[in-house]
Design a protein around this ligand. Sequence first.
Ligand SMILES: NC(=O)c1ccc[n+]([C@@H]2O[C@H](COP(=O)([O-])OP(=O)(O)OC[C@H]3O[C@@H](n4cnc5c(N)ncnc54)[C@H](O)[C@@H]3O)[C@@H](O)[C@H]2O)c1
Length: 313
Amino acid sequence: MKALVTGGAGFIGSNLVDALIARGDEVEVIDDLSTGRRENLEGAIGAGAVLHVEDIATSERIPEIVAACGPDVVFHLAAQMDVRRSVADPAFDASVNVVGTVRMLSAAADASCPRFVFASTGGAIYGEGADRPLPFAEDAEILPIAPYGQSKAAAEGYVAQFTRTGRLEGTSLRFGNVYGPRQDPKGEAGVIAIFLGRALDGQALAVFGSGEQTRDYVFVGDVVSAFLAASESRPGTFNIATGEETSVNRLVEMIDELFDDREVEVVHEDARDGEVESIYLDASLAGSGLGWSPGTTLADGLARTVDSLRAPG
Ligand SMILES: NC(=O)c1ccc[n+]([C@@H]2O[C@H](COP(=O)([O-])OP(=O)(O)OC[C@H]3O[C@@H](n4cnc5c(N)ncnc54)[C@H](O)[C@@H]3O)[C@@H](O)[C@H]2O)c1
C-alpha cells in the first residue's frame, strides 16, 4: 500500500508512520515541522519514507505532492491542536484545521485516492460531561467549548460530505486523551507526558483545582491500530478510547507507584478556566465497525511511556 500521512513528524503521526513502514507500506509525509520534529522520522526516513516540509493550509504544492504520491490512503493528522491558541486566535485554528482539511480532502479526491482517515477528537468535541450522561457515544450532542473542538467538528462535516457525494471514503476517529512514547513532555498538551517528564526530573506535578477532573486516556499504540483498522473498514465516525474514567488524582497515584525509589511531589494550583470537568467515551462502535478495541491498560501504557522517556529513541 502507498500511504500519505499529514502531521507524520508529530507524536501520533510518527508512531503511525513507523507502523506503516513495519508492515511494508510505502510512506510519504507532509508536515511543516511547526510542532513535529524531523528526528521523530529518522528511522522511517532511513527505511525509505519521504518527508515533504509544507504547510497544508497555505502551500500551493499540496495538490501536486498528493498527485505525484498517488496514495491508496491519506491519514490526515496535521492540525493546530493547542487549545489555548485556538481560544486566542480562532481564525488561525480554523485556517489549519478546517481549510487545511478541506484542501487535503480535495487533493486526495482529485488524485483518485479512495480512502481518507481523519484524526478528530472525542476529548474536545462533545464538551462538558459533568451534567450529561457519560460515557459519550458518537451520537451525543456536539457542544465543544474551545474553538479547537469546533474546528474539528467542522472538518468532520467535510469528511462526511466528501464521502456522501462519492468523492472518497472518509472516516473520522475521535480520540480520547492520547499518551505514549514521543509525546512532548515540555509541550502544552498531554498531562501524562508533562507529569512523567517532571517526575523523572524530580520536579513537582502541578494539579489544577481539585484533581477530580476525569479523562479517558488511550495509549498511542492502540490509536495507531485504530488508524490501520479504519483504512480497511467501511467509512464512519468512531470514538477511539478506553471507556474508562480516570481522575488526575488517580493518575498521580499511578505515577507515584511507578517511581518506587522516591516520592513524587505534588503542588496544587487554581483551577484553569475553560477546562472540562468530566469526560470519558463509549468506544463500543469501533468494536463492531472497525474490529478495534483498546489493548493497553493505563498501568501498562504508563510503564511503557516512562521506559521510552528514560531511553528515548
Ligand atoms: N494528542 C491527543 O491527545 C489528541 C487527541 C485527539 C486528537 N488528536 C489529533 O491527532 C492529531 C495529531 O496530534 P499529536 O498529538 O500527534 O500532535 P503533534 O503536534 O505532535 O502533531 C501534529 C503534527 O502536525 C504538524 N502540523 C501542524 N500544523 C501543520 C500545517 N499547517 N501543515 C503541515 N503540518 C502541520 C505538526 O508539525 C506536527 O508534526 C491532531 O490532528 C490532533 O488534533 C490528538
